[in-house]
Design a protein around this ligand. Sequence first.
Ligand code: SAH
Ligand code: SF4
Ligand code: F3S
Length: 470
Amino acid sequence: MTNSRAVPQEQIRHQLEFIDFIAHMQRDKQPRAFTATYGCQQNEADTQRLAGMLHDMGYAKADSAEDADIIVVNTCAVRENAENRVLGTIGAMAHLKKNNPDLIIAMCGCMVQQEHMTEKIKKSYPQVDLVFGTHALWRFPELLYRAMTGDKRVFDISGDAAGEIAEGLPVLRDGKVHAWLSIMYGCNNFCTYCIVPYVRGRERSRVPEDIEAELRALVREGYRDITLLGQNVNSYGKDLAQDIDFSDLLYRLNAVEGDFTLRFMTSHPKDASHKLFDTMAACDKVAKQLHLPFQSGSDDILRRMNRGYTAQQYRGLIDYARSKMPELTLSSDIIVGFPGENAQDFAQTLELVRAVGFDMLYTFQYSRRSGTPAAEYPDDTPHEVKQARFEELLRTQDACAEPRMKAYQDKRLRVLVDGESRHADYPFTARTDGGLLVYCAGNGLEIGSFAEIIIEKTALRSLFGREVRA
Ligand code: SAH
Ligand code: SF4
Ligand code: F3S
């Protein structure tokens, strides 16, 4: 079954033809491509698609921007500092064109999907040759061909915000252990602070047949740790003709043969159901790991964020999830300094952090995003107060995480070894089922294999373990 939003196959074939044209044009050169990615895992997954296309066009990977014939910067718009970092990087690239006049600089992704940003780049960043938004990603070969052969800069942020899904384009992943697997794109939630729904378009799900086929291919290639991606995976399937939800998808993927772990992110509390937690508990390949952002502990702020749940409901979800999976690793996102947040609201956030006990928190200071409803909300909290709250939140979380991490001392765990580390005494990195970082030692350890270890030492954000032989 195909998705009604699928990009027609003849258009995909057309892009594959452009890939061949470019490969042919460059057959006597040895061109190199450099990619830089800002933002979330979705963007990393998108960059891997661009890298796949570049590879098939004949580009080898460049180690740095200085060595490259093409630079692709995949951008993020979620907070102002993400945008500033991108502009700083692009600014610093202007001089590279002096040494290599044929160099192509391309920008894509969420930040440039905003019209005001495209205008800014047109005016103030003449070194950029090609700009394309999130909806034009699959047309990269054609756009690049135009940028290489025409005498004008190419700007394309068109596309269908209601959503399109492009299947059948190449992908080049980093490493051989972890893989991202997108199951859906876009977001319909319109949290009042967030730019993502505006730059990523509406929710659209890939059909389960395509997802399962990609998973099977990954497992065949030896990937052991596969993360299903979506801005809100709990609404998977709502837009599909067939009757399937995220739990049904998890059962289906869990049934694929092989030795691998499935993770997923991100979940939204308003759609996280008991059925989901029952499914996680029942599926042996699904990691007992949950990233469930709550953003604020104040019901008033949650309402003004348009989140669709209360702090009490959130705690109820966690209680249920832990009753089914006592070993669950739990993380969350929090925004400090939302417009109008007062001392009492913030105290409720701290209370929720203490009451729930998270293994990991991702904390952000509110950043005003133009075009979102919250950008118009009055905000009279001074910056210093927000900064002080932010620091208090970090201290509170560290105090909560310490005993949680210490409890791992002397525990025996199964981990997936995924890389080399910089610790001489613990030369490998590994991940627990819950996704915690472990530095490991042992003669039998091998990257890409599961191992049994005993935890010898704990720190605030990582563990240290030694292999145990059966
Ligand atoms: N779809 C995911 C999150 C995407 S953005 C979800 O809803 O969980 C990741 C995180 O960035 C959000 O959870 C939020 O905590 C933070 N964030 C989003 N917009 C922000 C803004 N304008 N200012 C500060 N943090 C923001
Ligand atoms: Fe942004 Fe909310 Fe959508 Fe997450 S669910 S991407 S925070 S609008
Ligand atoms: Fe950033 Fe876009 Fe992800 S705005 S956080 S890269 S969806």
